[in-house]
Each structure stands twice: as C-alpha cells, then as structure tokens.
Write a protein that binds this ligand. Structure first.
Ligand SMILES: [Zn+2]
Length: 116
C-alpha cells in the first residue's frame, strides 16, 4: 500500500509512502525520465509484464491514473463507497470501453510526454 512514483519508460516503481508533505516526484535514477505519481490503487505489474504496463499507460494517457471512478456520478453518497466504485479494467479491450464509458470522470493530465 501507499503511493508510488513510477517511471513509464523502464517501469521502475518506488514507494513514496502516504505522507503528502514529503512527497516529491523525481526523475528516474536509471533512465532520467520524469517519474509520475500514482495512488495506492495502482498495483504495479512486474517489469516483464509488458501487456499489463501497456494497459497502465493507456489508462494514464486517457486520464485515468487510478483515481476512484464511480458507477453513479461523482458521489461517495451512493450506498457505501465500495458499492459505488468501479473496478479498473484488466485488459486493453476492457480499458477501451472503460475510458469511453467513464469519460466524464477522467482527469486532465500532462503525462503524454512521459509516455512518448
Ligand atoms: Zn526509468
């Protein structure tokens, strides 16, 4: 658990804990690509799991860097929180439907340059 700093080029993942005051996203010490911040919902694949990383990059690029997505509008009030959360897709095919279905909840990122 905890938040992660992730390099999308060489797939290095660093734990940065949950203390936002100390949070600083550095460049990757290996390839010097700018790393990005991902929250605790992100479960890093193994470095060799290229397909899973493709999915991660697709989601981030499309404005879904693992924030909570709600089934019924942007609300925590619907039933319990857990009932109203949408699970993240498990493959690219699901992801393509996901980013269309929940496009109202996507957030603007400028991660496209980290992905290039
Ligand atoms: Zn790197």
């Amino acid at each position: 658990m905890g938040h992660k700093s992730v390099c999308l080029k060489c797939y290095r993942v660093e734990n940065i804990g949950v203390d936002f005051t100390k949070m600083k996203i550095n460049k990757c010490p290996i390839c010097s690509n700018q790393m990005i911040f991902l929250n605790h919902k992100f479960r890093p694949p193994k470095k060799t799991e290229k397909k899973k990383w493709e999915l991660v990059k697709f989601l981030i690029f499309n404005g879904f860097p693992f924030q909570h997505i709600y089934k019924n509008g942007k609300s925590d009030c619907f039933k319990t929180e857990a009932d109203n959360y949408v699970a993240y897709p498990k493959n690219l095919h699901e992801a393509k439907e996901f980013v269309i279905k929940y496009k109202d909840q996507k957030i603007k990122t400028n991660h496209s340059k980290e992905l290039s």
